[in-house]
Write a new protein. Structure first.
Length: 364
């Protein structure tokens, strides 16, 4: 019998597609994406940022391709990076064709500005010829004029109609290697649009709250919107859109997945907000540990609790736990079992050492 049925999220079974060497949909892990903010033509800077995103855990990266110089740069960028590259294309369908020829693994096109049906068909032909997938990227801020005239303003029906028109166009041209997004900066509009779309098709969905804002507010909006959908089993790949360093998007994306037990990476610290009962400086301790353990990629749960109210209980659910105790007698737990007492001055070094030992054990 499963004693924790409340933690079971049943994902909707979608079609499996490929983005380079990454599969999206079906039983694939939920991939985490970001986008470069360098000029694509500044090849060295773009390569450096992509490699930094890979180190942070990104599975896929998107690169803006507004002109021919940018699509040409993809060749050199691809040679010096490992992540599958999605070419972000707006307005000029020829850029998508050029990107496919120059090594893009996926083409993101916007139905609101890519142009006529014939242009989309030309893009699909290039995608077939060069083994690219495509994302139908509908955005509330750039809906097709005809759809806007019909609905007067962005709404779930408008976003989904735009997506499904293109789904039919793709299917009529025997192209099925695609995923879909229906993004808005409005959390509720995004949620309702994705829910409606999920009921209408089985193609993989790329989740995101577009233009979510700065690091704090944008992370909160994205966590609510993406998290809500993931809890309902909707979503196959995610991108957190922040006005911040793209690496923060990857961190937040993984934090969302870790919070829902959908995917794990690195150290997950469970810690209290601190109060007068704390036996050691919790906030300072957690901050130092986050910095010192940032290089760890192996999934590990660590609890840092300042007193005995919830400390032992939280420690029972983590690989390594610390509970604050009076008179400089803090208790370390290993897999929920009391290990030894340590004074405040030894907390950081002892925990870092234990985490690194645990990583070695797991990776043997």
């Amino acid at each position: 019998m499963n004693i924790r049925p409340h933690r079971k999220i049943v994902r909707k079974k979608t079609r499996k597609i490929t983005v380079g060497n990454v599969t999206v949909g079906g039983d694939s892990k939920i991939s985490v994406q970001s986008m470069t903010n360098t000029l694509t033509t500044e090849v060295k800077n773009t390569i450096n940022q992509i490699n930094q995103l890979e180190e942070a855990g990104a599975d896929i990266v998107r690169v803006s391709c507004p002109d021919t110089s940018s699509t040409k740069a993809l060749k050199e960028i691809k040679k010096n990076t490992n992540l599958p590259i999605v070419a972000d294309v707006h307005f000029h369908y020829q850029r998508a064709i050029e990107a496919a020829k120059n090594g893009a693994a996926c083409l993101r096109i916007n139905p609101g500005n890519i142009g006529s049906k014939d242009r989309v068909i030309d893009v699909l032909k290039a995608a077939k010829d060069f083994n690219c997938s495509v994302r139908i990227g509908v955005n509330a801020g750039s809906l097709d004029k005809i759809i806007l005239e019909k609905y007067k303003e962005p709404c779930p029906d408008a976003l989904v109609e735009s997506a499904m028109y293109n789904v039919k166009l793709f299917e009529d041209n025997q192209f099925h290697n695609f995923k879909i997004s229906v993004k808005s900066s409005d959390v509720l509009l995004s949620i309702k649009s994705y829910e409606k779309l999920s009921n209408l098709c089985d193609y993989p969905l790329h989740l995101g709250i577009t233009e979510a804002g700065g690091l704090q507010s944008g992370s909160i909006k994205s966590s609510i919107g993406i998290g809500h959908l993931l809890m309902k089993g909707i979503g196959d790949t995610i991108r957190v859109s922040l006005s911040a360093d793209p690496i923060e998007e990857i961190k937040t994306g993984f934090d969302i997945l870790k919070s829902l037990d959908l995917r794990a990476r690195g150290v997950q610290i469970i810690s209290c907000p601190s109060c007068a009962r704390q036996a050691f400086p919790v906030i300072e301790t957690v901050k130092i540990l986050e910095d010192k353990l940032a290089h760890i990629k192996t999934p590990i749960k660590l609890s840092i609790i300042g007193c005995v109210v919830n400390g032992p209980g939280e420690a029972s659910q983590t690989e390594i736990g610390l509970t604050g105790g009076g008179n400089d007698n803090n208790l370390l737990y290993l897999s929920g079992i009391p290990h030894k007492k340590i004074p405040n001055k030894n907390i950081i070094n002892q925990i870092v050492e234990l985490v690194e030992q645990k990583v070695k054990e797991i990776n043997k």
